[in-house]
Design a protein around this ligand. Structure first.
Ligand SMILES: Nc1ncnc2c1ncn2[C@@H]1O[C@H](COP(=O)(O)OP(=O)(O)OP(=O)(O)O)[C@@H](O)[C@H]1O
Ligand SMILES: [Mg+2]
Length: 320
């Protein structure tokens, strides 16, 4: 069944990422402490859920306005990355520095780790300016995407407040966050909730491995405005539930280069579907193809529309 909201003629996805980042992705072999490691490939990319997703939305051909706080040279680099992807960044200046995440990809072991810091500082005046920009963007928004945790100076219930304001205007929302921002945001019942396994554990405690049991747990998060819950499970795929249906989403078999941002790509596909009023199945198929297209590339959340289109016919949704 399809979501029942009506859409404006010019859909605009608005991403809200209070604590965005730029990713420096370093490819190396056999990381070990205490010795010199040669990095054989290094790429820059967006980081921080909503900004990742904004690049994916734009690559797939849909207009996207990326809101967030930014400061310093990394903030400028992030805005440039978004513009290069075709998204429109509109960052509110803050104190401190936009985060740089170091993503270490060990190509010999097939493992990866992200090192992250929290370095933005937001004043009450900057927060008020940001809230005003989000309110303004809501007037021409067809889907509001709320991503990530909060930087210093921003209350943890900010996503929850934006979810309520969007609902008052009939705008669907998608939440992909962690920690208190996730707990408070989930309690405000976004239209779509997209945790990974670790984030889901913060919400529900134990996360069953078996897809049918996991679907039961996810179903407990539906209602009061939440229409779809999707848990992503890394290389094991994903499980999605609505009131009417439950699916296991097996990942596509593609060469894995860098999985960072694959979950953000799935959320991007769901945001596109919400914005366009698509049936859930269509959005979920695009989500699986987009995730596969992202894991194949070296950059975080980097994908190519041609890969997504080529992979789309391979996607199978397994009803649970
Ligand atoms: N190693 C992998 N092999 C194949 N597919 C993968 C792999 N890792 C992730 N995927 C695909 O990406 C989807 C999302 O993955 P994951 O659970 O890692 O999201 P995430 O933790 O939210 O990621 P991020 O926050 O970095 O965007 C999976 O459902 C799967 O389709
Ligand atoms: Mg994620």
């Amino acid at each position: 069944m399809s979501p029942s909201r009506s859409r404006s003629t010019k859909p605009l996805i608005v991403t809200v990422t209070p604590n965005p980042a730029v990713d420096r992705v370093l490819f190396l072999e056999n990381f070990a402490w205490g010795r010199r490691i040669q990095v054989h490939r290094a790429v820059w990319g967006p980081g921080g859920k909503g900004t990742d997703g904004a690049c994916v939305v734009a690559e797939l051909g849909y207009p996207c306005l990326a809101l967030g706080f930014a400061a310093g040279e990394p903030g400028e680099r992030l805005a440039e990355l978004l513009r290069a992807a075709g998204a429109t960044p509109d960052f509110t200046p803050a104190g401190g520095m936009t985060r740089v995440n170091y993503v270490l990809v060990d190509t010999a072991r097939g493992q990866q780790t992200t090192l992250t810091t929290d370095t933005l500082e937001v004043s009450p005046e900057q927060l008020a300016a940001f809230e005003a920009r989000v309110d303004q963007a809501l007037s021409r928004c067809s889907c509001l995407w709320l991503g990530g945790a909060m930087p210093s100076g921003v209350p943890d219930d900010l996503h929850a407040r934006f979810i309520e304001r969007a609902r008052a205007r009939g705008i669907p929302t998608i939440l992909d966050a962690r920690g208190p921002a996730l707990r408070l945001g989930a309690a405000a019942h976004p239209t779509v909730l997209k945790p990974n396994e670790h984030e889901l554990a913060e919400l529900v405690g134990e996360v069953p491995e078996e897809p049918k049991r996991l679907a039961d747990v996810l179903a407990g998060l539906l209602g009061d405005g939440t229409e779809l819950v999707m848990a992503t499970l890394g290389g094991r795929g994903a499980v999605a539930v609505t009131e009417e249906a439950r699916w296991f989403l097996p990942p596509l078999r593609v060469p894995v280069v860098n999985a960072a941002g694959a979950g953000d790509g799935m959320a991007a596909a769901l945001a596109i579907g919400l914005s366009q009023g698509w049936p859930w199945e269509r959005s979920l198929r695009l989500a699986v193809a987009t995730a596969a297209a992202i894991v194949m590339t070296p950059g975080t959340a980097e994908c190519h529309k041609a890969d997504v289109e080529r992979l789309l016919p391979q996607v199978r949704l397994e009803p649970l």
